[in-house]
Design a protein around this ligand. Structure first.
Ligand SMILES: NC(=O)c1ccc[n+]([C@@H]2O[C@H](COP(=O)([O-])OP(=O)(O)OC[C@H]3O[C@@H](n4cnc5c(N)ncnc54)[C@H](OP(=O)(O)O)[C@@H]3O)[C@@H](O)[C@H]2O)c1
Length: 140
């Protein structure tokens, strides 16, 4: 159990992947790209490797409580907690989507509220004390 670790949820593409890329360049510690789909996550980590960047991968589906608790247990066991957590995973229906509003509301709340709450319930207790305010995290 050692070293600093940064974890980004929903980071196989988009803003999450960009955050992982930036952390790989600047964070003094291990960076974890997480994704609900192992194939998409590993492909994203490989794309970063082709840029010369080292991102570790761990599966994390925020809609699956077992996946959340397994990931939280992994970071507690391997790193004694988490130094930086960026909860980015989320969904948004396109404006033109014709799915009934009630369904859009339910699906959106499931991920963006209830799943986010579950992630934070299990990960916030792992956030290490001190953290960014007291210890240098960035590469010189
Ligand atoms: N871009 C914007 O203008 C904007 C505006 C407001 C808020 N946001 C929010 O900012 C975040 C990033 O935006 P983005 O534009 O980069 O979105 P994006 O390209 O749609 O990427 C969203 C990421 O979240 C992942 N994700 C969705 N549901 C998940 C789940 N249950 N478990 C784990 N990962 C899950 C997606 O994985 P898959 O590839 O497997 O789907 C994807 O990696 C999102 O939460 C989005 O809602 C974005």
């Amino acid at each position: 159990m050692s070293g600093k670790v940064a974890v980004v949820t929903g980071s196989n593409k988009g803003i999450g992947l960009a955050i992982v890329r930036a952390l790989c360049k600047q964070f003094q510690g291990d960076v974890y790209l997480t994704a609900r789909d192992v194939g998409r996550g590993q492909a994203a980590a490989e794309s970063l490797a082709s840029e010369g960047l080292k991102a570790n991968f761990h599966q994390l589906d925020i809609n699956n409580l077992n996946s959340i608790t397994a990931a939280a247990a992994f970071f507690k066991e391997k790193y004694g907690g988490v130094d930086i957590l960026i909860h980015n995973a989320g969904i948004a229906f396109k404006v033109a989507d014709t799915t009934p509003f009630a369904v859009q509301a339910e699906v959106t709340l499931e991920t963006n509220f209830f799943a986010a709450r579950d992630v934070l319930t299990h990960f916030l207790p792992l956030i290490k004390r001190g953290g960014a305010n007291t210890e240098p995290h960035l590469k010189k």
